[in-house]
Design a protein around this ligand. Structure first.
Ligand code: MRU
Length: 355
Protein backbone atom coordinates (compact mmCIF):
# COMPACT_ATOMS: atom_id res chain seq x y z
CA UNK A 1 0.00 0.00 0.00
CA UNK A 2 1.43 3.34 -1.04
CA UNK A 3 1.00 6.20 1.42
CA UNK A 4 1.05 9.93 0.84
CA UNK A 5 2.33 12.48 3.30
CA UNK A 6 -0.33 15.03 4.09
CA UNK A 7 -0.59 18.73 4.87
CA UNK A 8 2.90 19.95 4.04
CA UNK A 9 3.34 23.34 5.63
CA UNK A 10 4.53 25.25 2.57
CA UNK A 11 1.75 24.29 0.17
CA UNK A 12 -0.85 27.01 0.01
CA UNK A 13 -4.19 27.00 -1.66
CA UNK A 14 -3.86 30.59 -2.70
CA UNK A 15 -2.79 31.84 -6.06
CA UNK A 16 0.03 34.06 -4.83
CA UNK A 17 1.13 35.25 -8.28
CA UNK A 18 0.82 38.75 -9.67
CA UNK A 19 -1.59 37.58 -12.37
CA UNK A 20 -4.46 39.90 -13.20
CA UNK A 21 -7.80 39.32 -11.44
CA UNK A 22 -6.29 36.77 -9.04
CA UNK A 23 -8.96 37.46 -6.41
CA UNK A 24 -11.42 35.69 -8.77
CA UNK A 25 -8.98 32.83 -9.45
CA UNK A 26 -7.54 31.85 -6.10
CA UNK A 27 -6.83 28.12 -6.40
CA UNK A 28 -3.62 26.45 -7.59
CA UNK A 29 -4.15 22.72 -6.97
CA UNK A 30 -0.90 21.35 -8.47
CA UNK A 31 2.21 22.84 -6.89
CA UNK A 32 5.81 21.77 -7.49
CA UNK A 33 8.19 22.17 -4.55
CA UNK A 34 11.59 21.27 -6.08
CA UNK A 35 11.71 17.68 -4.81
CA UNK A 36 8.02 16.83 -4.30
CA UNK A 37 4.63 17.50 -5.82
CA UNK A 38 1.84 18.96 -3.67
CA UNK A 39 -1.72 18.18 -4.73
CA UNK A 40 -4.93 19.52 -3.25
CA UNK A 41 -6.82 16.26 -2.65
CA UNK A 42 -9.97 16.57 -4.77
CA UNK A 43 -11.54 13.48 -3.22
CA UNK A 44 -12.13 15.39 0.00
CA UNK A 45 -13.42 18.74 -1.30
CA UNK A 46 -15.34 20.75 -0.34
CA UNK A 47 -15.44 19.30 3.18
CA UNK A 48 -11.71 19.29 3.73
CA UNK A 49 -8.85 21.24 2.09
CA UNK A 50 -6.12 18.66 2.53
CA UNK A 51 -2.87 18.59 0.58
CA UNK A 52 -1.04 15.42 -0.26
CA UNK A 53 2.62 15.31 -1.05
CA UNK A 54 3.95 12.95 -3.75
CA UNK A 55 7.64 12.10 -3.43
CA UNK A 56 7.94 9.61 -6.29
CA UNK A 57 6.31 8.63 -9.59
CA UNK A 58 4.42 5.75 -7.97
CA UNK A 59 2.62 8.17 -5.70
CA UNK A 60 1.83 10.51 -8.61
CA UNK A 61 0.41 7.56 -10.57
CA UNK A 62 -1.74 6.56 -7.62
CA UNK A 63 -2.98 10.14 -7.18
CA UNK A 64 -4.05 10.26 -10.85
CA UNK A 65 -5.69 6.83 -10.76
CA UNK A 66 -7.58 7.58 -7.53
CA UNK A 67 -8.71 11.07 -8.67
CA UNK A 68 -6.81 12.97 -5.97
CA UNK A 69 -5.77 15.02 -9.01
CA UNK A 70 -8.18 15.02 -11.96
CA UNK A 71 -9.17 17.00 -15.03
CA UNK A 72 -7.41 16.40 -18.35
CA UNK A 73 -4.78 19.18 -18.23
CA UNK A 74 -4.04 18.68 -14.51
CA UNK A 75 -3.31 14.98 -14.88
CA UNK A 76 -0.92 15.71 -17.77
CA UNK A 77 0.89 18.31 -15.65
CA UNK A 78 1.06 16.01 -12.61
CA UNK A 79 2.43 13.17 -14.76
CA UNK A 80 5.18 15.44 -16.12
CA UNK A 81 6.21 16.20 -12.53
CA UNK A 82 6.13 12.46 -11.81
CA UNK A 83 8.75 11.97 -14.55
CA UNK A 84 10.89 14.72 -12.97
CA UNK A 85 10.73 12.97 -9.57
CA UNK A 86 11.85 9.70 -11.17
CA UNK A 87 14.71 11.44 -13.01
CA UNK A 88 15.88 13.14 -9.82
CA UNK A 89 15.97 9.74 -8.11
CA UNK A 90 17.85 8.10 -10.99
CA UNK A 91 15.01 5.66 -11.69
CA UNK A 92 14.80 3.97 -15.13
CA UNK A 93 12.45 6.28 -17.03
CA UNK A 94 10.81 4.01 -19.63
CA UNK A 95 8.85 1.95 -17.06
CA UNK A 96 7.88 5.18 -15.27
CA UNK A 97 6.54 6.66 -18.51
CA UNK A 98 4.55 3.46 -19.16
CA UNK A 99 3.15 3.37 -15.61
CA UNK A 100 2.01 7.01 -15.69
CA UNK A 101 0.54 6.58 -19.18
CA UNK A 102 -1.62 3.69 -18.00
CA UNK A 103 -3.04 5.62 -15.03
CA UNK A 104 -6.15 6.77 -16.94
CA UNK A 105 -7.11 6.04 -20.58
CA UNK A 106 -9.37 8.79 -21.96
CA UNK A 107 -7.76 12.21 -21.43
CA UNK A 108 -5.10 12.55 -24.12
CA UNK A 109 -3.38 15.40 -22.23
CA UNK A 110 -1.78 12.67 -20.09
CA UNK A 111 -0.20 10.99 -23.13
CA UNK A 112 0.63 14.35 -24.71
CA UNK A 113 2.56 15.53 -21.64
CA UNK A 114 4.41 12.21 -21.33
CA UNK A 115 5.30 12.26 -25.04
CA UNK A 116 6.72 15.74 -24.53
CA UNK A 117 8.81 14.56 -21.56
CA UNK A 118 9.90 11.47 -23.52
CA UNK A 119 11.15 13.63 -26.41
CA UNK A 120 13.45 15.46 -23.97
CA UNK A 121 14.62 12.16 -22.44
CA UNK A 122 15.40 10.81 -25.91
CA UNK A 123 17.35 14.01 -26.59
CA UNK A 124 19.53 13.03 -23.63
CA UNK A 125 18.74 15.83 -21.19
CA UNK A 126 19.08 15.47 -17.40
CA UNK A 127 16.73 16.04 -14.47
CA UNK A 128 17.18 19.84 -14.43
CA UNK A 129 16.09 20.17 -18.08
CA UNK A 130 13.16 17.81 -17.45
CA UNK A 131 12.14 20.05 -14.57
CA UNK A 132 12.16 23.04 -16.93
CA UNK A 133 10.03 21.09 -19.43
CA UNK A 134 7.42 20.17 -16.80
CA UNK A 135 7.32 23.81 -15.67
CA UNK A 136 6.82 24.89 -19.29
CA UNK A 137 3.91 22.44 -19.69
CA UNK A 138 2.30 23.90 -16.56
CA UNK A 139 2.94 27.55 -17.51
CA UNK A 140 1.74 27.10 -21.09
CA UNK A 141 -1.50 25.57 -19.83
CA UNK A 142 -2.25 28.59 -17.67
CA UNK A 143 -1.49 30.96 -20.56
CA UNK A 144 -3.68 28.93 -22.93
CA UNK A 145 -6.56 29.06 -20.45
CA UNK A 146 -6.38 32.83 -20.13
CA UNK A 147 -6.36 33.24 -23.92
CA UNK A 148 -9.25 30.79 -24.39
CA UNK A 149 -11.18 32.67 -21.73
CA UNK A 150 -11.08 35.82 -23.84
CA UNK A 151 -11.85 34.01 -27.11
CA UNK A 152 -14.78 32.08 -25.66
CA UNK A 153 -16.29 35.00 -23.76
CA UNK A 154 -16.34 37.06 -26.96
CA UNK A 155 -18.83 34.55 -28.45
CA UNK A 156 -21.37 35.16 -25.69
CA UNK A 157 -23.95 37.94 -25.97
CA UNK A 158 -24.14 40.29 -22.94
CA UNK A 159 -26.70 39.23 -20.36
CA UNK A 160 -26.51 35.50 -21.13
CA UNK A 161 -27.02 32.51 -18.87
CA UNK A 162 -24.74 29.49 -19.17
CA UNK A 163 -24.75 25.87 -18.03
CA UNK A 164 -21.53 23.96 -17.38
CA UNK A 165 -20.80 20.32 -16.56
CA UNK A 166 -18.14 18.58 -14.49
CA UNK A 167 -15.24 20.70 -13.19
CA UNK A 168 -13.04 22.45 -15.72
CA UNK A 169 -11.60 25.17 -13.51
CA UNK A 170 -8.38 25.87 -11.64
CA UNK A 171 -8.74 22.49 -9.94
CA UNK A 172 -8.65 20.70 -13.30
CA UNK A 173 -5.83 22.68 -14.92
CA UNK A 174 -2.73 24.74 -14.14
CA UNK A 175 -5.16 27.49 -13.17
CA UNK A 176 -8.08 29.65 -14.39
CA UNK A 177 -9.68 26.75 -16.25
CA UNK A 178 -10.99 25.93 -19.72
CA UNK A 179 -14.81 26.12 -19.81
CA UNK A 180 -14.70 27.68 -16.36
CA UNK A 181 -12.07 30.11 -17.67
CA UNK A 182 -14.56 31.26 -20.33
CA UNK A 183 -17.16 31.61 -17.57
CA UNK A 184 -14.71 33.62 -15.40
CA UNK A 185 -13.90 35.89 -18.35
CA UNK A 186 -17.55 36.15 -19.39
CA UNK A 187 -18.68 37.14 -15.89
CA UNK A 188 -15.84 39.68 -15.62
CA UNK A 189 -16.81 41.18 -18.99
CA UNK A 190 -20.50 41.43 -18.04
CA UNK A 191 -21.50 38.97 -20.75
CA UNK A 192 -22.63 36.22 -18.39
CA UNK A 193 -25.34 37.07 -15.86
CA UNK A 194 -26.20 33.60 -14.59
CA UNK A 195 -24.14 30.44 -14.14
CA UNK A 196 -25.67 26.98 -13.67
CA UNK A 197 -23.58 23.91 -12.86
CA UNK A 198 -24.79 20.33 -13.18
CA UNK A 199 -23.95 18.14 -10.20
CA UNK A 200 -22.17 15.57 -12.45
CA UNK A 201 -23.12 12.24 -10.99
CA UNK A 202 -21.64 9.96 -9.86
CA UNK A 203 -18.41 11.60 -8.68
CA UNK A 204 -20.10 15.02 -8.32
CA UNK A 205 -17.36 17.13 -9.86
CA UNK A 206 -19.97 19.86 -10.47
CA UNK A 207 -21.57 19.79 -7.02
CA UNK A 208 -18.39 19.26 -5.01
CA UNK A 209 -15.70 21.01 -7.08
CA UNK A 210 -17.20 23.56 -9.48
CA UNK A 211 -19.51 25.02 -6.84
CA UNK A 212 -16.60 25.13 -4.34
CA UNK A 213 -14.42 26.91 -6.86
CA UNK A 214 -17.05 29.40 -8.03
CA UNK A 215 -18.28 30.33 -4.57
CA UNK A 216 -14.71 30.62 -3.24
CA UNK A 217 -13.89 32.91 -6.18
CA UNK A 218 -17.03 35.03 -5.67
CA UNK A 219 -18.79 33.99 -8.87
CA UNK A 220 -22.49 33.42 -8.05
CA UNK A 221 -23.79 30.10 -9.36
CA UNK A 222 -26.78 27.76 -9.11
CA UNK A 223 -26.37 24.02 -8.77
CA UNK A 224 -28.84 21.88 -10.71
CA UNK A 225 -29.51 18.17 -10.64
CA UNK A 226 -28.14 16.65 -13.85
CA UNK A 227 -31.68 15.60 -14.69
CA UNK A 228 -32.87 19.25 -14.57
CA UNK A 229 -30.80 20.30 -17.60
CA UNK A 230 -33.41 19.95 -20.36
CA UNK A 231 -36.00 21.70 -18.19
CA UNK A 232 -33.52 24.55 -17.58
CA UNK A 233 -32.92 24.91 -21.32
CA UNK A 234 -36.65 24.97 -22.03
CA UNK A 235 -37.05 27.79 -19.47
CA UNK A 236 -34.90 30.10 -21.60
CA UNK A 237 -32.49 30.82 -18.75
CA UNK A 238 -29.38 29.61 -20.60
CA UNK A 239 -28.08 30.55 -24.02
CA UNK A 240 -24.88 28.45 -23.96
CA UNK A 241 -23.74 25.11 -22.60
CA UNK A 242 -19.97 25.43 -22.01
CA UNK A 243 -17.89 22.32 -21.32
CA UNK A 244 -14.30 21.12 -21.38
CA UNK A 245 -12.89 18.05 -23.12
CA UNK A 246 -10.71 15.05 -22.44
CA UNK A 247 -9.95 14.22 -26.06
CA UNK A 248 -10.99 15.87 -29.32
CA UNK A 249 -10.68 13.59 -32.34
CA UNK A 250 -9.56 14.64 -35.83
CA UNK A 251 -13.16 15.18 -36.98
CA UNK A 252 -14.11 17.27 -33.93
CA UNK A 253 -15.93 14.49 -32.02
CA UNK A 254 -15.30 15.26 -28.35
CA UNK A 255 -14.96 12.98 -25.33
CA UNK A 256 -15.86 14.64 -22.04
CA UNK A 257 -17.42 13.76 -18.70
CA UNK A 258 -20.37 11.37 -18.84
CA UNK A 259 -23.56 13.34 -19.40
CA UNK A 260 -22.04 15.83 -21.84
CA UNK A 261 -23.55 14.07 -24.86
CA UNK A 262 -27.10 14.28 -23.54
CA UNK A 263 -26.57 17.98 -22.78
CA UNK A 264 -25.53 18.54 -26.41
CA UNK A 265 -28.62 16.74 -27.71
CA UNK A 266 -30.90 18.74 -25.41
CA UNK A 267 -29.12 21.98 -26.32
CA UNK A 268 -29.64 21.44 -30.05
CA UNK A 269 -33.32 20.63 -29.47
CA UNK A 270 -33.83 23.87 -27.51
CA UNK A 271 -31.74 26.18 -29.71
CA UNK A 272 -29.10 26.57 -26.99
CA UNK A 273 -25.52 26.88 -28.29
CA UNK A 274 -22.87 24.34 -27.31
CA UNK A 275 -19.23 25.35 -26.75
CA UNK A 276 -16.23 23.06 -26.06
CA UNK A 277 -13.19 24.76 -24.54
CA UNK A 278 -9.86 22.90 -24.46
CA UNK A 279 -6.18 23.58 -25.08
CA UNK A 280 -4.51 22.09 -28.16
CA UNK A 281 -2.98 19.44 -25.86
CA UNK A 282 -6.48 17.90 -25.77
CA UNK A 283 -6.65 17.59 -29.57
CA UNK A 284 -5.66 14.15 -30.85
CA UNK A 285 -5.36 14.23 -34.64
CA UNK A 286 -4.16 10.60 -34.58
CA UNK A 287 -7.63 9.50 -33.44
CA UNK A 288 -9.94 9.77 -36.48
CA UNK A 289 -13.28 10.04 -34.67
CA UNK A 290 -15.09 9.47 -31.40
CA UNK A 291 -15.60 5.76 -32.07
CA UNK A 292 -11.85 5.28 -31.63
CA UNK A 293 -11.66 6.96 -28.21
CA UNK A 294 -11.29 4.61 -25.26
CA UNK A 295 -13.91 5.40 -22.64
CA UNK A 296 -12.80 4.82 -19.05
CA UNK A 297 -15.01 2.45 -17.05
CA UNK A 298 -14.65 2.98 -13.32
CA UNK A 299 -15.67 0.85 -10.38
CA UNK A 300 -19.38 0.21 -9.79
CA UNK A 301 -18.96 1.39 -6.18
CA UNK A 302 -18.83 5.01 -7.41
CA UNK A 303 -22.51 4.56 -8.36
CA UNK A 304 -23.63 2.17 -5.66
CA UNK A 305 -22.29 4.22 -2.74
CA UNK A 306 -22.23 7.90 -1.81
CA UNK A 307 -19.53 9.30 0.46
CA UNK A 308 -18.40 5.76 1.29
CA UNK A 309 -21.93 4.67 2.34
CA UNK A 310 -23.80 2.09 0.30
CA UNK A 311 -27.00 3.69 -1.03
CA UNK A 312 -28.21 0.94 -3.37
CA UNK A 313 -29.57 -2.44 -2.34
CA UNK A 314 -26.95 -5.18 -1.90
CA UNK A 315 -26.82 -7.43 -4.93
CA UNK A 316 -27.43 -4.60 -7.42
CA UNK A 317 -24.88 -4.17 -10.20
CA UNK A 318 -23.89 -0.96 -11.99
CA UNK A 319 -22.30 0.10 -15.28
CA UNK A 320 -20.08 3.16 -14.79
CA UNK A 321 -18.61 4.68 -17.97
CA UNK A 322 -17.20 8.06 -16.87
CA UNK A 323 -16.92 9.76 -20.26
CA UNK A 324 -19.03 9.94 -23.39
CA UNK A 325 -18.53 11.29 -26.91
CA UNK A 326 -20.38 14.28 -28.31
CA UNK A 327 -20.49 14.12 -32.12
CA UNK A 328 -18.97 17.13 -33.86
CA UNK A 329 -22.27 18.04 -35.55
CA UNK A 330 -23.76 18.92 -32.14
CA UNK A 331 -20.91 21.35 -31.33
CA UNK A 332 -21.27 25.01 -32.32
CA UNK A 333 -17.74 26.07 -31.37
CA UNK A 334 -14.49 24.50 -30.21
CA UNK A 335 -12.33 27.12 -28.52
CA UNK A 336 -8.59 26.42 -28.24
CA UNK A 337 -5.69 28.78 -27.65
CA UNK A 338 -5.11 28.62 -31.43
CA UNK A 339 -8.50 30.13 -32.14
CA UNK A 340 -12.21 29.38 -32.43
CA UNK A 341 -13.41 26.59 -34.70
CA UNK A 342 -17.07 27.05 -35.54
CA UNK A 343 -19.06 24.00 -36.68
CA UNK A 344 -16.04 21.68 -36.41
CA UNK A 345 -15.37 18.98 -38.98
CA UNK A 346 -12.33 17.11 -40.30
CA UNK A 347 -11.13 19.66 -42.91
CA UNK A 348 -11.38 22.61 -40.49
CA UNK A 349 -9.62 20.64 -37.72
CA UNK A 350 -6.93 19.66 -40.23
CA UNK A 351 -6.45 23.29 -41.25
CA UNK A 352 -5.84 24.36 -37.64
CA UNK A 353 -4.01 21.35 -36.20
CA UNK A 354 -2.44 19.59 -39.21
CA UNK A 355 -1.73 15.92 -38.73
O1 MRU B 1 -12.91 12.24 -14.42
P1 MRU B 1 -12.42 13.66 -14.44
O2 MRU B 1 -12.92 14.47 -13.28
O3 MRU B 1 -10.91 13.74 -14.60
O4 MRU B 1 -13.06 14.27 -15.75
C1 MRU B 1 -12.81 15.60 -16.06
C2 MRU B 1 -13.58 16.12 -17.23
O5 MRU B 1 -14.28 15.39 -17.88
C3 MRU B 1 -13.35 17.54 -17.61
O6 MRU B 1 -14.50 18.08 -18.18
C4 MRU B 1 -12.21 17.60 -18.63
O7 MRU B 1 -11.10 16.87 -18.17
C5 MRU B 1 -11.79 18.99 -18.90
S1 MRU B 1 -10.95 19.72 -17.51
C6 MRU B 1 -10.37 21.21 -18.01
Amino acid sequence: MLGFSIIPRDCTLMNTSTEPDREHDTIRAVQWRGDRLCLLDQRLLPGEERWIECRDADQVTQAIRDLAVRGAPAIGIAAAWGVVLAAQQGAPLDPVLAMLRAARPTAVNLMWALDRMKARIVAGVGAAALEREAQAIQDEDLAANRHMGELGAALIAPGSGVLTHCNTGSLATAGYGTALGVIRAGVAAGRIDEVFAGETRPWQQGARLTMYELIRDKIPAHLIADSAAAHLMRSGKVQWVIVGADRIAANGDTANKIGTYQLAIAARHHGVKFMVVAPSSTVDMATPNGEAIEIELRHADELLSTGGRRTVVEGAQAWNPVFDVTPAELIDAIVTERGVIERPNEPVMQAVFGR
